[in-house]
Design a binder for this molecule. Structure first.
Ligand code: HEC
Length: 229
């Protein structure tokens, strides 16, 4: 019997102005991703500034011992070692949200499932035969694929993927896990364009500034032309 692809994809609305969500996402990123992935476009002190994380907290929880606040978010693993471990080097994640998009990333983290034929015992619906382990399994637990059989008009039967079912429990409930993945993706979106975060905040002040300039310019004009008339 043949099997066919899946239709399990998710849509989320990210909100990079939600600083608390970004803070939670950054913690997940540092604890669960930076073992393998870098984010070399981002500096720790910028992260601290944008997300309101103090330098002490950055040092204690975010940075490796030898890092300085001005350093970028590099990792200790050498790409040669990574190649040996995974067959492919874990890519830098600075701009992954731009290349993949938020929905893709969210779906990726929601659709890891048990697959004993794979080196790490898991596969992924969004990224078939991915070389990355399910690093959040501790939080989510493991899921398994559920198939259903579809009979075509000509009588041939086909197995299609119907859903993913919780096989073993993680530390988090399914809802908590969803929220965590949301925070993580939100953070990855911020990471891909931190300037946008600043722009949003600065934008309003730029407008206030321009408006007050307009008023001043107008008053000045009135003043200058008063005597000419
Ligand atoms: C144990 C090492 C390891 C850890 C930890 C890890 N990854 Fe990965 N990741 C990989 C490898 C290896 C690949 C390349 C997979 C491939 O190409 O098959 C990858 C690929 C990815 C991709 C796909 C990139 C692309 O566009 O092709 C994303 C997104 C990703 N990882 C995000 C994360 C996030 C977010 C975390 C933390 C929650 C994380 N990874 C933790 C090893 C890791």
């Amino acid at each position: 019997m043949a099997t066919s692809g899946h239709q399990l994809s998710y849509h989320i609305n990210v909100d990079t102005s939600d600083v608390e969500s970004l803070q939670r996402g950054s913690r997940i990123f540092v604890n669960y991703c930076m073992g393998c992935h870098s984010a070399s476009y981002m500096r720790y002190n910028r992260l601290g500034q944008d997300l309101g994380i103090s330098e002490e907290t950055l040092k204690a929880n975010f940075m490796f011992g030898t890092d300085k606040p001005g350093n970028t978010m590099e990792i200790a693993m050498k790409s040669a070692d990574a190649l040996k471990f995974f067959g492919v080097a874990p890519p830098d994640l600075s701009v992954v949200a731009r290349s993949r998009g938020a929905d893709w990333l969210y779906t990726y983290f929601m659709t890891f499932y048990r697959d004993p034929s794979r080196p790490f015992g898991v596969n992924n619906l969004q990224f078939k035969d991915v070389a990355m382990p399910h690093v959040l399994w501790e939080l989510q637990g493991f899921q398994k694929l559920v198939y259903k059989t579809v009979t075509h008009e000509d009588g041939t039967e086909m197995e299609v993927i119907e859903s993913l079912e919780q096989e073993s429990e993680g530390k988090m409930s399914p809802d908590e896990y969803k929220n965590t993945v949301y925070d993580l993706v939100n953070f990855l979106v911020y990471l891909a364009e931190p300037a946008k975060f600043k722009r949003q905040k600065i934008g309003i002040w730029v407008i206030v500034y321009l408006l007050s300039l307009l008023v001043l310019a107008y008053m000045l004009k009135q003043e200058y032309w008063k005597d000419v008339r």
